[in-house]
Design a protein around this ligand. Structure first.
Ligand code: DUC
Ligand code: ZN
Ligand code: ZN
Length: 474
């Protein structure tokens, strides 16, 4: 038998379904054998006392996404993917965003130029469709789906991105025909616009009023509408960044009616609350949409993670520096909340937060952790079984966790290019001590070491979960 390139020995290997005491033999970047007492590899890694888990798949993050005039994301594919790897993530799926009037293919090509030569772990692209013109619907989008861009996000809010219901129906019908997965940002744009004006007229423009302008009702209504549109067309959808009870109730209702509605949530809805926005202008650091809610809603989200209501746990990493005229202080000023770029950073802390607060505190088990952070996102977006599991023939994307490592989160220990973390000072137990990408150690004992640009683009297959419930004539 040919020698293994790497053997990870003596660890506890966990997948979404199993927990095994076994060694992992890696050859040519892939998992070649699982078993006890494997023969020596060229490189040996002792994982005694450690957990050997599939590298994470962060299926919702924003890196170097072109922004409106004057704003810039802090992380590009270099810093963003390094940060991801140091937090146990080995695949990212950020967004090639179409500007209104722009060709979708041009947006995808531009995004490839931003990633190539920079990414250190593998990556796929979702698309954002903001302008479903006839050319996009008839030519570009079907072709792009067939080329391996098999998921796209649509927005029900944000003036530069939002679609009306008719446009959404056209895109859902296309997704049904082509077998693509549609991700939906569900917030009611007109409710937000109206509330924002009321608040501004009353002089209430501090960051904390961002949360007031986007109450749960706004998310609940849009979630309900998205579910109805999906039911009408008979195509599954995935509701992203679900923040709390009222949206969860809509999704539960849909499940009760046999509808294929998938859901994603993020760390900010588990451990942040609207109180984090109530800190003078520092509240801008936690301005994201939907906004973090309250403790009761956090509990609902935890319950949804444990019960299987949620399929995917993503960071929604949207990196803007705080002290930056292109970031949270546009033009160098403390601006009314409507002008604060939305988003929180969290690529590196996504998995440690869920591990510590979820697995460590008994809210979810280890298999569920793997499913939410790696296996199910890979399945949802057509990357499984190449990514998201430890199985013979899968890419050797593996994170070795010290489940007892105590970490106090400090921004200076993180590898993103953002000047803050919303999780500063948080005490976590458990952190990945070694990360392998296609069998190559990229992060070990606090050091990142890998060639910049080694990450590969991953064309995605048609996701099985995107199949409609029944076949009806097109
Ligand atoms: N909301 C989004 O929809 N995307 C990026 C960040 C955010 O807060
Ligand atoms: Zn969104
Ligand atoms: Zn997002």
């Amino acid at each position: 038998m040919e020698q293994f390139d790497v053997v990870i020995r003596n660890g506890t290997v966990a997948t979404a379904s199993d927990i095994m005491q076994c060694d992992v033999g890696i050859r040519d970047g892939k998992v070649a054998m699982l078993g006890r007492g494997l023969p020596a590899g060229k490189e040996e890694i002792d994982a005694a006392g450690k957990l050997v888990l599939p590298g994470g798949v962060d299926a919702h993050c924003h890196l170097d996404q072109p922004m409106e005039e004057g704003l810039k994301m802090a992380d590009d594919f270099r810093s963003g993917t390094i940060s991801a790897a140091c937090g146990g993530t080995t695949t990212v799926i950020p967004f090639a965003a179409q500007a209104k009037g722009q060709s979708l293919r041009a947006a995808v090509e531009d995004y490839h130029r931003r990633a190539e030569g920079k990414a250190v772990i593998d990556y796929a692209f979702h698309m954002i469709v903001s302008d479903p013109s006839e050319k996009v619907l008839k030519e570009e989008l079907p072709q792009l789906v067939r080329e391996g861009y098999t998921s796209f996000k649509i927005y029900m809010t944000y003036d530069d991105l939002k679609l009306n219901d008719r446009q959404i129906l056209d895109l859902l019908a296309l997704a049904r025909r082509e077998g693509a997965m549609v991700m939906v940002h569900a917030e009611n744009a007109d409710c937000i616009g109206w509330l924002t004006e009321q608040l501004e007229e009353a002089g209430l423009t501090a960051p904390k009023y961002h949360a007031t302008s986007r109450p749960m009702l706004v998310e609940r209504e849009a979630t309900h509408r998205a579910i109805a549109l999906s039911e009408l067309v008979d195509v599954p959808i995935l509701i992203v960044h679900v923040s709390g009870k009222e949206a969860i109730e809509q999704i539960r209702w849909a499940h009760g009616h046999g509808l294929r509605i998938y859901a994603e949530t993020c760390p900010q809805y588990l451990v942040l609350s609207e109180d984090n926005l109530d800190d003078g202008y520092h509240g801008a650091k936690c301005v994201c949409s939907p906004p973090p809610r309250d403790r009761a809603n956090q509990q609902y989200v935890w319950d949804g993670l444990a019960s299987g209501l949620f399929t995917v746990f993503s960071s929604d990493h949207a990196p803007f520096r705080y002290e930056d005229p292109q970031g949270k202080k546009p033009g160098g000023k403390e601006v009314p909340f409507r002008y604060i770029p939305n988003g929180t950073p969290g690529l590196e802390t996504r998995m440690p937060i869920l591990f510590s607060e979820g697995v460590g505190k008994g809210r979810i088990d280890l298999n569920r952790f793997v499913a939410l952070t790696a296996t199910d996102p890979a399945k949802m977006y057509g990357l499984y079984p190449r990514k998201g599991t430890i199985a013979i023939g899968s890419d050797a994307d593996i994170a070795i966790w010290d489940p007892h490592k105590e970490v106090v989160v400090r921004n200076e220990m993180l590898h993103h290019d953002v000047d803050y973390t919303p999780y500063e000072g948080m005490h976590l137990t458990g952190w990945p001590v070694t990360t392998l990408s296609r069998g190559e150690v990229v992060w070990r004992d606090g050091n990142f070491d890998a060639a910049i640009g080694r990450g590969q683009f991953l064309p995605c297959g048609l996701p099985d979960p995107a199949r409609p419930r029944k076949v009806i004539p097109a």
